[in-house]
Design a binder for this molecule. Structure first.
Ligand SMILES: C[S@@+](CC[C@H](N)C(=O)[O-])C[C@H]1O[C@@H](n2cnc3c(N)ncnc32)[C@H](O)[C@@H]1O
Length: 744
């Protein structure tokens, strides 16, 4: 009953947010658990391959499954998510426990999430990045980004519109005001292995303008082509997973968030390039946090910002349209109709901007272009999305003033009067500048003379390399890096030791260098080389890192081999297979390579039925054996693409191991003389150390495989995490890695 009373307030029947006839269905849906939703991510060809596997191997066995005599609904495709890559299914604990096919799929999804091939994300949360219409050259800002599920999508789309092997010229800046939450994003973003993303830590309301190098001396301000404002909100749309909302929600929460949301959106609009697109979203159904915030921006922008119709971009998605009229409720549950009737003591809590537009404003604002997704529409959470485009510079902005200098005075004044700008050239917007001072009037970046204060900012430096660095010749010559490979896009976090080198795109490097001391950079770059000296490799102390595979495959010319299907399966499923076990073609290639870090690639032939995509990994060419340097999840993913099942392989290996041990014990009992270890040693003394790790005796249950002592240096999967642990953020990172809670 209590739940219902609160609900009546939140999405009140009087508001008509939920059509009256749908109220019961809406309310019943809120009582049910959210289904599991996920999207297949990664490069196009691999994503298609994975989709085929999921459909063929898992979904086909999930039709007509009964649990407790009830048919479990089959997996449902999210029609509005492109290329059939978004799915929804009921994976409740009860179903997972009682159905083998569902429990296998659950296991599979956990593993594929770990290696980044799929992302579990609430269906409605996938919408904002989708409607941003991202291209590879876009400069993108995610203003309230943590924990980063939408940032991940933005990065994927940025890379998705690039030719294979090419890097986007655009980038994603992922910002959050909460320093700890910024580190949550580090893990999320790391899975995507993109050199085009920067994580920063600012209050979105005060987000500084980004400087970039125009020429050697003069920096210039850069605006963004795409901005996502997925703002903090009361979260009344998340009632199906955040049960706290049922007891803690009250109508004042929306009013309390309204001011912050307005300021973040306002700042977003100032940072948006003319012609650019901005998406405003909340997981609240309350108009105070939704339409009222959008309305406030439309009003102050004097026509520069316009809502865009997006229904066509989301085929099959059910939603209701934005409202042009709503009512305001007090904490005590009373209506506060009319902004002129707010009692004096409530004026600080209920701003005038929380009220609906006038009829004239409503006519020009087109709030019906906003969309509200209601939980019962397609068994999801509640969500609100508004897509805005900037038709011209904001009135009174620095950009407009610059444009005015070039245009004729008469034309500009005419435009001003149309746009509603004030006589002083401002749009009446008060801009907060870093340090908390208010600057009334125009909306330019903060004064150049005053550097923003970097309160509480403490990060290791980002130190870029250049071609004079003593490390560079060994990297260039050993790996045969292309002449065009930019040494100055390699970076480390500590001048001493240079243990790990990270790779960033040209744009990211430019931004990092031009904004040092202005922007609180938290993280950027993909691990590309890590120091791992081996006596067998005197010419180079570094090995390539799997995280940078995408870039290395194009840049590295020397240490690359191609493999056939069977080679790929052998190397990914066994710990240290002997070179003589591999095909003659691969043996020949390996024989002409000295020991050391090596890239392995499988390219499908025309006849190959599956996989139809390339499969590559970073590995090691040892003296007598090779190894794959992928984590267990990465190797399981690779094997899955070849139709192999890692757990099945491991079961076989375990069974063979047991049988062998039993046979040896029996034999030694019969002969009464020789022990198991001695027997192994006698079989192949020369390669004893390899033999210990030989495939027939190994399985891949270890995250970090054992190292063949005279062969590869240890696989330092997780070294970054060790580095991170020093700043106390490791625990948070681990939390997000788990597949428990579904991120919004
Ligand atoms: C709804 S969550 C964002 C979810 C995220 N976009 C995602 O999809 O994973 C809102 C985020 O805004 C952050 N936040 C709160 N106030 C902020 C501010 N003034 N500026 C920037 N971020 C803010 C919170 O720390 C929180 O991480």
């Amino acid at each position: 009953m209590h739940r219902k009373r609160q609900l009546d307030g939140s999405t009140s029947r009087g508001q008509n947010i939920i059509p009256e006839a749908e109220w019961d269905e809406f309310y019943a849906t809120l009582q049910k658990n959210l289904p599991v939703t996920f999207r297949i991510s990664g490069h196009r060809a691999q994503a298609e391959e994975l989709l085929n596997t999921i459909k063929g191997k898992f979904f086909s066995s999930m039709l007509n499954v009964k649990v407790d005599d009830e048919i479990v609904p089959p997996p449902k495709n999210l029609t509005w998510y492109p290329n059939e890559l978004g799915w929804q299914l009921d994976l409740s604990r009860k179903i997972v426990r009682s159905s083998e096919s569902f429990s296998k799929l659950h296991e599979f999804l956990v593993a594929e999430t770990e290696c980044g091939a799929i992302s579990r994300q609430e269906a409605v949360s996938m919408i904002p990045p989708l409607v941003l219409d991202i291209k590879s050259h876009h400069k993108i800002l995610d203003m309230c980004a943590s924990p980063g599920s939408k940032t991940a999508q933005l990065i994927e789309y940025l890379h998705g519109s690039c030719a294979p092997g090419e890097l986007p010229t655009g980038y994603v800046i992922a910002n959050d005001s909460d320093n700890k939450r910024c580190y949550l994003m580090v893990h999320q973003v790391k899975r995507l292995q993109s050199p085009c993303c920067i994580i920063v830590n600012h209050d979105g309301r005060l987000f500084p303008k980004i400087h970039i190098k125009r020429d050697d001396k003069n920096p210039e301000c850069q605006l963004f082509d795409r901005i996502l404002c997925d703002v903090p909100c009361s979260g009344d749309g998340t009632m199906r997973k955040n049960f706290d909302v049922w007891t803690k929600w009250h109508p004042l929460q929306g009013a309390n968030m309204h001011g912050l949301q307005c300021k973040i959106l306002q700042r977003g609009s100032q940072l948006l390039e003319a012609g650019g697109r901005l998406v405003y979203s909340t997981c609240s159904l309350n108009p105070a946090e939704d339409e009222a915030v959008v309305c406030n921006l439309l009003r102050s922008s004097g026509g520069a910002m316009e809502l865009v119709e997006v229904a066509d971009l989301l085929p099959g998605l059910k939603f209701t349209r934005g409202l042009s009229h709503w009512r305001v409720m007090t904490k005590a549950g009373e209506w506060l109709d009319g902004k002129d009737n707010i009692p004096a003591h409530l004026k600080t809590q209920y701003k005038e901007t929380i009220y609906p537009p006038t009829p004239e404003e409503a006519n020009s604002f087109h709030l019906e272009r906003c969309i509200r997704i209601l939980p019962h529409h397609q068994d999801s959470g509640g969500f609100f999305v508004a897509v805005l485009e900037k038709k011209r510079h904001l009135p009174g902005s620095k950009e407009e003033r610059e444009e005015m200098k070039e245009a004729s005075t008469s034309e500009v004044s005419a435009d001003d009067s149309k746009s509603g700008a004030k006589p002083d050239g401002s749009n009446g917007v008060t801009e907060l500048v870093e340090g908390g001072k208010r600057k009334a009037g125009h909306v330019s970046e903060q004064p150049e003379s005053k550097k923003p204060k970097m309160f509480g900012y403490k990060e290791d430096p980002f130190l870029f390399m250049n071609e004079d660095d003593p490390i560079w010749p060994q990297l260039r010559d050993f790996f045969g890096l292309e002449n065009s490979f930019p040494a100055n896009q390699l970076m480390c976090r500590s001048a001493q030791g240079k243990r790990t080198l990270y790779f960033v795109s040209e744009a990211v490097r430019n931004i990092t260098e031009c904004n040092e001391g202005r922007i609180k950079f938290i993280n950027m770059g993909v691990k590309s080389f890590s120091r791992s000296p081996s006596p067998m490799v005197p010419d180079c102390d570094f090995r390539m890192a799997t995280e940078c595979l995408g870039t290395l495959l194009t840049a590295v010319k020397k240490r690359k081999v191609t493999m056939n299907r069977q080679d790929a399966i052998t190397i990914m499923s066994e710990e240290n297979p002997f070179i003589q076990k591999l095909s003659s073609d691969l043996r020949n290639q390996l024989n002409s390579l000295s020991p050391g870090s090596t890239l392995f690639t499988f390219t499908p032939s025309e006849e190959e039925k599956s996989p139809k995509c390339e499969v590559s990994f970073c590995g090691w060419r040892g003296k007598n054996s090779v190894r794959c340097f992928g984590s267990r999840a990465e190797r399981a993913h690779g094997l899955m693409l070849f139709g192999e099942d890692l757990s099945e392989i491991n079961r076989r290996v375990e069974a063979a191991k047991k049988a062998k041990k039993l046979a040896q014990e029996e034999e030694s009992q019969n002969s009464g003389s020789i022990s198991v270890g001695e027997l192994d040693g006698k079989l192949d003394e020369k390669t004893l150390q390899c033999d210990v790790d030989d495939a027939s005796d190994s399985n891949l249950n270890e995250e970090t495989p054992k190292c063949d002592v005279d062969e590869a240096p240890p696989n330092d999967v997780g070294a970054d995490e060790k580095e991170m642990a020093s700043d106390g953020h490791k625990v948070e990172e681990k939390k997000i890695a788990a597949l428990g809670e579904q991120p919004t």
